[in-house]
Design a protein around this ligand. Structure first.
Ligand SMILES: [Zn+2]
Length: 150
């Protein structure tokens, strides 16, 4: 395994399916009147708690913020000392859950969170109808990543 694999929903663990449900629930917190593309994120922390994120849009489009980064930044403020074990991203369009992959900017932020907590975390996202991509680490999603070398 190169660090990622595709799974049917039923092949995922009960805990993973629960986190997918949490990410899907988080799409209700999305503010996306311009794209109508609702994205939700759930982060499982080491104490079992879940932090949610949802995309937040703005009439000035470049100011929009992705669900993943909303979740990560919220975690930094609410639970700064707790490590992330798993991240799940879900998307909804026209009332139906649809495949969506994390953007490059979020992937870069995700790997720095891994570096900060000195622990990789799993990432799950639906990338095809009925197919979920499970990665052992966010770093798998960003080869040749940018790192600050001071
Ligand atoms: Zn993003």
């Amino acid at each position: 395994m190169e660090g990622f694999a595709l799974f049917e929903f039923d092949q995922l663990t009960e805990g993973e399916r629960k986190l997918i449900g949490a990410a899907q629930h988080a799409t209700k917190l999305s503010y996306a009147p311009y794209s109508n593309f609702l994205v939700g994120t759930s982060l499982l922390l080491e104490d079992g708690s879940i932090v949610y994120g949802a995309n937040q849009e703005n009439a000035s489009y470049p100011l929009c913020m992705c669900s993943e980064r909303v979740a990560l930044y919220t975690k930094s403020i609410q639970s700064p000392d707790k490590k992330i074990l798993m991240m799940v991203v879900a998307a909804k369009k026209d009332g139906v859950f649809v495949p969506a992959a994390c953007c490059g900017a979020c992937r870069q932020v995700m790997i720095e969170y891994e570096q900060r907590q000195n622990l990789e975390f799993g990432v799950i996202m639906q990338i095809k109808p009925q197919k979920w991509l499970k990665c052992r680490s966010a770093s798998v999603l960003v080869p040749f990543q940018f790192e600050f070398s001071g």
